[in-house]
Write a protein that binds this ligand. Structure first.
Ligand code: SF4
Length: 316
């Protein structure tokens, strides 16, 4: 079965031709120097949090990067609910059920009396001929944080998905709410456990410190209505993908997105799609800077800026 992540769904929803380029033809646009640095910083922070979750020493990594050290300390102060679940507490009953559900959609993780937390937790769900795949930065299934809910509902478990965002600017909350990462992560947790939608939430922590020196966060609760809407959208997209893959067998190209959607002007494939004329021209100032600069680091940075207006950010 073909695995589908949030990146597949995002591209499929945005432009079917771009999905073909990226996932069937393995093409990619160039990353700017800043994008490479951001990706590197993000990878290291995720590794740091994973080590923290495994109760491994983090002092060496933290000591090598003062900014990351400050970010980790600020997150610990702002989000004690995250660190209350570290190191991992993968209780026997819960973890065994979790690994079973990873391979068989029919088997749900039965929430028992064991609090469960795990970083880089992977789940898969068979859906309409595909394998929906998610990796949670931190998953917590907990009863202690839901004592009030217990008295009202008769069961007090909560499934909390945490995700670390390491970009320097946070996106709009409404945009992130509708992003396929949010929708898929919540959907798969609901479908692979016996938790109801109203017992599940997802929280993004923007861990790279901004000027205010405090990490920010967005928390998204979940509902049965949202769950059904996501289910319908997943059916629509997976049915469409099945049609497109049949089309690909005859070597036909996937359809391009409508020009009116305005996605082509910043797309790295607009030359290949013969839509480069839609892109705004850039001011030719950088070559002079390259010629005069003796610093290789600065040369690379300046050169990368030449493509900054034509490269679209890789979806999270
Ligand atoms: S240029 Fe437009 S049609 Fe072509 S892949 Fe990019 S977004 Fe899709």
């Amino acid at each position: 079965m073909l695995p589908l992540s949030q990146s597949h769904l995002t591209l499929l929803d945005a432009c079917e031709r771009k999905y073909q380029y990226v996932f069937l033809e393995a093409l990619s646009g160039p990353a700017t120097y800043e994008q490479q640095l951001t990706t590197q910083w993000g990878s290291r922070f995720h590794l740091l949090m994973q080590q923290r979750a495994l109760d491994l020493p983090v002092e060496v990594m933290v000591g090598a990067n003062a900014e990351m050290s400050d970010s980790l300390a600020a997150l610990a102060e702002s989000a004690p609910e995250v660190f209350a679940h570290l190191p991992e507490t993968a209780g026997k009953a819960a973890s065994e059920s979790a690994s079973e559900s990873a391979s068989k959609s029919a088997d749900k993780t039965v929430v028992d009396e064991v609090t469960f937390s795990q970083s880089e937790h992977r789940r898969r769900l068979a859906f309409n001929g595909y394998l929906l795949t998610v990796i949670y930065d931190l998953l917590v299934i907990d009863s202690r944080s839901a004592v009030d809910q217990a008295s009202q509902n008769g069961d007090g478990y909560q499934g909390q998905i945490f995700d670390w965002k390491t970009h320097q600017r946070s996106p709009r909350k409404e945009w992130l709410k509708n992003d396929w990462q949010t929708r898929l992560y919540l959907y798969v947790l609901c479908e692979t456990t016996d938790l109801r939608p109203d017992q599940i939430s997802m929280t993004y922590w923007f861990v790279r410190l901004a000027e205010e020196n405090q990490p920010g966060f967005y928390r998204f609760d979940y509902s049965e209505k949202q769950h059904q809407a996501t289910h319908q959208d997943l059916l629509r997209l997976t049915n469409r993908l099945t049609q497109l893959l049949k089309l690909a067998e005859s070597a036909a190209d996937f359809p391009k997105v409508a020009i009116e959607k305005g996605l082509c002007d910043r797309c790295p494939f607009n030359v290949r799609c013969d839509r480069a004329s839609l892109a705004a021209p850039t001011a030719p100032t950088a070559p002079t800077a390259i010629a005069l600069s003796p610093d290789p680091h600065q040369l690379l940075q300046t050169a990368s800026q030449l493509t900054a207006d034509t490269v679209e950010e890789i979806p999270w």
